[in-house]
Design a binder for this molecule. Structure first.
Ligand SMILES: *[C@@H]1O[C@H](CO)[C@@H](O)[C@H](O)[C@H]1NC(C)=O
Ligand SMILES: *[C@@H]1O[C@H](CO)[C@@H](O)[C@H](O)[C@H]1NC(C)=O
Ligand SMILES: *[C@@H]1O[C@H](CO)[C@@H](O)[C@H](O)[C@H]1NC(C)=O
Ligand SMILES: *[C@@H]1O[C@H](CO)[C@@H](O)[C@H](O)[C@H]1NC(C)=O
Ligand SMILES: *[C@@H]1O[C@H](CO)[C@@H](O)[C@H](O)[C@H]1NC(C)=O
Ligand SMILES: *[C@@H]1O[C@H](CO)[C@@H](O)[C@H](O)[C@H]1NC(C)=O
Ligand SMILES: *[C@@H]1O[C@H](CO)[C@@H](O)[C@H](O)[C@H]1NC(C)=O
Length: 224
């Protein structure tokens, strides 16, 4: 549970709102946006360092190559500054792990559907409009997916996290619907229904936001 403190600080971090010269607020600067920026700076620096990729991306245009290299040089400086913040670096690692978990869950879900489709001749023929080439393509895709699926599903930490993420999302959806319903009819019974429909996950979402729940679930801190 060494991550617990990090999580608490992650959850309590209030977004720093950047102000432009006019004093009007612009986009909120969050850890998530900083991590995204770091990722894109890293990508730019890597691109500039890879001659093959650089030539490929620019159609070997020397002007464009020089432009990218100049930008990458600035990016590199900025990246060094950001990477010197160990808190930010570890927060980004947590966010990225949570994102990977969520992506894996989505892959499990879509691959499960594909495997089921390939196993159902009626459905498959229908979907492929009886085109044998298409049917064969679906089957080939499904058998490749089945192997990946098996590997992912062998990880019970992942499958448990997927279950939690799904219920957190459903609870958030239900809460949203209930809130909407309560607002539509201001009757006290609707408000009561909204309150009782709030599951543990829903309450958590109300406080921390779905993203934070997913981050926690992803790191195995919260098992609903
Ligand atoms: C400041 O406000 C002016 C007038 O609304 C606008 O033209 C200008 O783009 C703004 N500057 C910034 C940095 O947003
Ligand atoms: C450079 O990019 C190419 C293609 O985009 C890739 O195959 C290669 O592995 C990269 N080289 C390095 C050193 O990362
Ligand atoms: C190379 O890129 C520059 C800047 O984008 C462009 O102005 C120029 O026309 C390009 N040169 C060629 C040969 O495509
Ligand atoms: C390091 O990053 C964290 C998280 O984004 C931030 O709260 C903190 O202010 C940063 N520290 C410095 C010295 O910039
Ligand atoms: C196959 O798909 C059809 C139509 O989509 C459905 O009615 C049927 O129950 C499925 N069969 C099996 C074994 O799942
Ligand atoms: C079957 O699907 C393939 C691949 O999508 C396509 O090239 C072919 O024209 C289709 N055949 C018929 C009879 O529609
Ligand atoms: C299992 O899944 C969890 C959550 O996504 C991940 O942190 C872990 O690295 C995975 N373990 C293996 C062996 O892939």
């Amino acid at each position: 549970m060494q991550f617990t403190n990090l999580f608490v600080s992650l959850l309590l971090t209030t977004a720093v709102v950047a102000k432009n010269k006019n004093g009007t607020s612009t986009k909120a600067v969050t850890d998530k946006s900083l991590c995204k920026e770091m990722a894109s700076l890293t990508k730019l620096v890597a691109l500039a360092a890879n001659e093959t990729k650089l030539a490929d991306k620019t159609d070997n245009n020397a002007t464009k190559i020089a432009e990218i290299q100049a930008k990458a040089s600035d990016a590199s400086t900025q990246l060094t500054t950001m990477e010197s913040n160990a808190t930010l670096v570890s927060t980004c690692a947590v966010i990225s792990a949570a994102q990977k978990t969520e992506d894996d869950c989505e892959d499990i879900s879509s691959m499960t559907k594909l495997v089921a489709l390939a196993a159902n001749e009626t459905k498959l023929a229908d979907k492929a409009k009886n085109n044998a080439t298409k049917i064969a393509a679906y089957q080939a895709k499904a058998s490749a997916a089945a192997i990946k699926l098996q590997a992912l599903q062998a990880n019970t930490t992942l499958t448990d996290a997927c279950t939690s993420i799904t219920s957190a999302k459903e609870a958030a959806k239900a809460d949203k619907a209930a809130t909407k319903a309560a607002a539509a009819s201001s009757s006290s019974s609707a408000a009561a229904a909204s309150t009782t429909s709030k599951s543990a996950a829903g309450m958590l979402n109300a406080q921390c936001g779905l993203a934070a729940t997913i981050v926690m679930v992803g790191a195995g801190i919260l098992m609903l």
